[in-house]
Ligand binder design. Structure first.
Ligand SMILES: NCc1[nH]cc(CCC(=O)O)c1CC(=O)O
Length: 312
C-alpha cells in the first residue's frame, strides 16, 4: 500500500539547532491545523555551509550568500519540499525570485552570550587571550573593547564550539542566546551581552519559514504561525542589510524594538578591527522605509573610501 501524500514537507539542515527549529515549526503546524506529527515530513539537507567546516575559512570565504540555504531553496523551488525552515540571519537578503519568507515565529532573545570556562566576562579575559569566533561582526565588536584579543577561527555547530572551549582551543567565544536556549544550553552562558554594545546580527533569533511565491495553499497553512511584530522587525533589519549590500564581509549589527508607539531600528557597521564604527537610528511605522533609511544613513556616514575595505 502506498503511504498517503504528506500534508506538508519541511526541509531543514541537519544540525541539532536546525532540527530543533524544524520540529518547533512542525509542532506549531500540527497545533494550528489539528494534525498528527506524521502528517508533516521533515527532510534533512546538507548545505555548502555544513560541508565546509574547515577551520581557516570564514563564511565570506566559502561564498557568502545562501551558503546555508541553497540546497533547501532548490528543493523548495523544484517542489520536492513545501516549506524551508531557516535561522533568518542565515538567509541571504537576495532571495530567489520565486521564493518568499512568508512567516516568522516569535523572536527568541536577540542577544549574544559570552561563554568561557575560565573567566566571567570579556573584561576579565587576560591580556592577549584567544577569542574564538568566525563571525567578523563578533570579532570586530570584541576587538573594539579589547584590541589585545587574538581571534581564533571557530566553526562548527553550537555543540562543537562549546566542546572546543572545553578542549582549550580558545579562552572564550560568543554565541547567540537564541540558539543556546533552543538547545537547552543557555546555562552555558557566562554573561549575556548588552545588545547596544554588542549589537546582534540582523535577524538574529528569528526562525523564518520559506515557501514558493504564489503558493496560496502553503501561504494559508503557514499564516497562523506568523508573529507580526517579529515579521516587521526582520523586514526592517533585512532591508537595512540589503542596502548595505549584506555581504558577509561586512560587520553589521541591528537592533529593533517597539517603543510603544513606533518601531525603532538601530544599525551599526564596524571596521574589521572594531576601531571605527558608525551608528544610525530611525523611528517609524513602515519596516522597509526604516531599513532603507538606516542603511542609507550608515552608508553616507561611512563614505565610499571607508567602504572599500570590504571589497578589497
Ligand atoms: N551562524 C550560525 C547561526 N545561525 C543562527 C544561529 C543562532 C540562532 C538564531 O540566531 O536564530 C547561529 C549560531 C550562533 O550564531 O550562535
Amino acid at each position: 500500500m502506498q503511504s498517503p501524500k504528506p500534508f506538508a514537507r519541511i526541509g531543514t539542515r541537519g544540525s541539532p539547532l536546525a532540527l530543533a527549529q524544524a520540529r518547533l515549526v512542525r509542532q506549531r503546524l500540527t497545533q494550528a491545523h489539528g494534525l498528527a506529527e506524521s502528517d508533516i515530513e521533515i527532510e534533512v539537507f546538507s548545505t555548502g555551509g555544513d560541508r565546509s567546516q574547515a577551520e581557516n575559512t570564514t563564511l565570506s570565504d566559502i561564498g557568502g550568500k545562501g551558503v546555508f540555504t541553497k540546497e533547501i531553496d532548490e528543493a523548495l523551488l523544484a517542489g520536492r519540499i513545501d516549506i524551508g525552515v531557516h535561522s533568518s540571519k542565515d538567509v541571504a537578503t537576495g532571495l530567489p525570485q520565486d521564493m518568499v519568507l512568508a512567516a516568522f515565529l516569535e523572536r527568541e532573545d536577540v542577544r549574544d552570550a559570552f561563554i568561557s570556562v575560565s573567566v566571567k566576562d570579556i573584561d576579565s579575559l587576560p591580556e592577549g587571550a584567544r577569542f574564538g569566533t568566525s563571525s567578523i561582526r563578533r570579532a570586530a565588536q570584541a576587538r573594539r573593547l579589547r584590541p589585545d584579543l587574538r581571534i581564533v577561527p571557530f566553526r562548527g555547530n553550537v555543540h562543537t564550539r562549546l566542546q572546543k572551549l572545553l578542549d582549550g582551543v580558545a579562552d572564550a567565544t560568543l554565541l547567540a542566546l537564541a540558539g543556546l536556549k533552543r538547545l537547552d544550553e543557555a546555562h552555558r552562558a557566562t554573561a549575556i551581552l548588552d545588545p547596544d554594545q554588542f549589537m546582534p546580527a540582523p535577524a538574529q533569533g528569528a526562525i523564518g519559514i520559506a515557501i514558493r511565491a504564489g503558493d496560496d495553499r502553503l501561504a494559508e497553512i503557514v499564516a497562523p504561525l506568523d508573529h507580526a511584530p517579529t515579521h516587521q522587525a526582520i523586514a526592517a533589519e533585512r532591508t537595512m542589510l540589503a542596502v548595505l549590500d549584506g555581504s558577509c564581509r561586512t560587520p553589521v549589527g541591528a537592533l529593533t524594538h517597539w517603543d510603544g508607539e513606533m518601531l525603532v531600528l538601530k544599525g551599526e557597521i564596524l571596521s574589521l578591527d572594531g576601531q571605527t564604527s558608525f551608528r544610525a537610528e530611525v523611528r517609524g511605522t513602515d519596516p522597509q522605509a526604516l531599513g532603507d533609511k538606516v542603511g542609507r544613513d550608515l552608508l553616507a556616514q561611512a563614505g565610499p573610501d571607508w567602504l572599500a575595505q570590504w571589497t578589497a
